[in-house]
Write a protein that binds this ligand. Sequence first.
Ligand code: ARG
Length: 281
Amino acid sequence: MNYSFKKSFMAIMAGSALLLAACGGGGGDAKQGESKEAPKSEDKKVLNVGTEATFIPFEFMEKGKVTGFDVDLLNAVAEEAGYEVKIENTGWDAMLAGLQGGQIDIGMAGITITKDRLKTYDFSDPYFESIGMIAFKEGTDIKSAEDLKGKKIGVQNGTTGQFNAEAVVGENSPDISKYESAALMFQALLSDNVDVVVTDKAVAEEYQKKYPDSNIQTITDNKAFAIEHYGIAFKKGSELKPEFDKALDALFENGKYAEIYKKWFDGAEPDIEALRKAAKE
Ligand code: ARG
C-alpha cells in the first residue's frame, strides 16, 4: 500500500465510521435513554447479591461458583419474584458495606435478623432457624457456654458468634480472636490457634463432617444462646422486601422450599410453620 492510497483509504474508513455512527442513532425518533432493542419478555432486572462463601452448607465455593442452600433458595425466590440474581463472593464486611452504599441489592449469607441490624437493613421474613454452637477439639473441657471463660475463642468478625461469645466473656475480651470469614475461623481451630469457635449450628456440624480426622466436637447451649432466624438482607426501605416475602411464601406453599431444604439437609423436613410463626414476632 503506498502512502497516498493508505491515506485516502483511512479517510474513507473514518468517513463510513461516522456515517454508521449517525445511522445507529435510531432514526432520531428514539427518546433519550430509551432502549433501541425491543425488550424481550425474558429481560429481567439483574440484582447484585453479596455473600461470604465459606459458610457451608449455606454458601461455599465449588468449581469457582458460589453454591449452597442459600444460593438455591435465593435463585428460586428471585425467579418467583421475576428477577435475575448475580451472586458474588464479596466477603462479609464488603457485603454489608455494599448494601448500605447501594452497590449491592441483596445480602444472602445466613444473615441473622437482629434488632440491631434492623436499624440499618431490611430483612425478608425468616427462611431458616438457627442457634449458636461451640465447636472444639476432643479433649477440650466444654459443657456449656460458661466454659468459654478462660478459653481462647475464635469467631467470625461481626457475626452473632462474636456477640454470643462476648455475652459470656465480655466485649473486648483479649481472649476473643476475630476472623474475616468462617473458613479462617475454622482454620484457627484446626491449627490450634484457638481452643473453641462460636458459630452457627448447621455450619459447625458441616465443618465437623468436613474434617473427620480433627475430631471436632460440638455443643449448643439453649440457655445462653437464643434462637436465631436468617433473612434475606436488603438496604433500608428497599422495594424488594414485599416482593421477596411474597415469593418466599409461594415457595413455602408450593413445596419448592421443602425440596431445596431436603436437598441440603439430608432429606429432613423443614418446619415451615415455625418460620411463619417467627415472621409474626
Ligand atoms: N448467622 C450469623 C450472623 O448473621 C453468621 C453468618 C455468617 N455468614 C457467613 N456467610 N459467613 O451473624
